[in-house]
Design a protein around this ligand. Structure first.
Ligand code: SF4
Ligand code: SF4
Length: 314
């Protein structure tokens, strides 16, 4: 796609993304391309994308595939890899994510997550599906990780979307200075906002940060910026699915924001658990089972008693 017609775009803004996914159907209206930013200020106990949390590139290692050939040991410029009991073991304190080891592994056991990009490059990649955006009412979504952690990259991509007439969606946890939120949302048509727990202390225990800033920001988005919004509520058994918290969440959305905000309930799943092992992390904190279909229907009805149009995600 030619970029010369876009006015005043800072296409040199750089940052780190870990995926650009086309044909996304759940990140806003129509068919979309979602750009996943790397880096997140939260550490949710149930996070299924732990590879998104650090801002720098990280290695995923599938130890089962490793045959101990030691090729990676010899190319690592930081001497971060050693062979123990016939398997390559990476010292994460020494690894700087250069990725030389990923290029020599004959078993494809090592994969680098995260790459530096410019706004120009990320936009051009995402804009390949422009025809589908037009036909389906879709567009480009920024997700993560947390896009608000890289506001210059986010703004540069979004401005470019606007210059080409693409619908834009921001998927956010809302934890950022108001100035950052407001400057990014100038270019956003729809915001997907996460509600993880309504009690500040519990929110801090489960995610690492209080919810005060997050709730202040969402009120200002609704009442000052008036950007269309959808609420996203993860349902994590034993963490945030008590009736008290569900009522508090529904009441906040319906009464403090607006009863017209659609709510999307996302049942907890364990699909990402294996990634913690491949990141050689041992801090996956919860031992929950996914909620049953009957439980999700009960929660949906609970939200609907507040007049909220509520859907259950996959
Ligand atoms: S906000 Fe999302 S990406 Fe960040 S830690 Fe929580 S679940 Fe993971
Ligand atoms: S190069 Fe691959 S297979 Fe060989 S030791 Fe390293 S991780 Fe294992």
């Amino acid at each position: 796609m030619k970029s010369s017609s876009a006015p005043n775009i800072d296409s040199a803004s750089r940052g780190t993304v870990f995926d650009i996914q086309d044909f996304s159907l759940h990140d806003g209206p129509g068919i979309r391309t979602t750009i996943f930013f790397k880096g997140c200020p939260l550490r949710c106990a149930w996070c299924q994308n732990p590879e998104s949390q650090q801002k720098h590139a990280e290695l995923l290692v599938d130890t089962d595939k490793c045959d101990g050939c030691a090729r990676c040991v010899f190319v690592c410029p930081h001497r971060a890899i050693a062979i123990r009991d016939g398997k390559a073991v990476t010292n994460r304190q020494l690894c700087e994510g250069a990725g030389d080891c990923t290029t020599v592994c004959p078993q494809n056991a090592r994969q680098l997550i995260g790459r530096q990009t410019t706004a120009h490059t990320a936009f051009d990649e995402a804009a390949h599906d422009a025809l589908f955006f037009e036909r389906s009412g879709g567009g480009i979504t920024l997700s993560g990780g947390e896009p608000l952690m890289q506001p210059l990259l986010a703004i540069s991509i979004l401005r470019r979307c606007k210059a080409f007439g693409f619908h834009t969606t921001l998927d956010t946890c809302g934890y950022a200075k108001w100035q950052t939120v407001a400057s990014v949302l100038r270019y956003v048509d729809l915001v997907l906002y996460d509600f993880k727990h309504m009690d500040p202390a519990e929110h801090a225990r489960l995610t690492g940060v209080s919810n005060r800033l997050i709730l202040e920001n969402v009120k200002r988005i609704q009442h000052e910026l008036e950007v269309p919004m959808r609420a996203r509520v993860p349902i994590v058994p034993g963490c945030n699915d008590s009736d008290d918290n569900l009522h508090a969440t529904a009441a906040f959305i319906a009464l403090e924001l607006a009863p017209t905000i659609p709510v999307h309930l996302n049942p907890y799943h364990r699909l990402g658990v294996g990634k913690y092992a491949r990141l050689e992390r041992h801090d996956y904190a919860i031992d929950a089972e996914p909620p049953s279909a009957a439980r999700m229907q009960y929660i949906k009805r609970l939200f609907e008693t507040y007049g909220l149009q509520t859907e259950i995600g996959g």
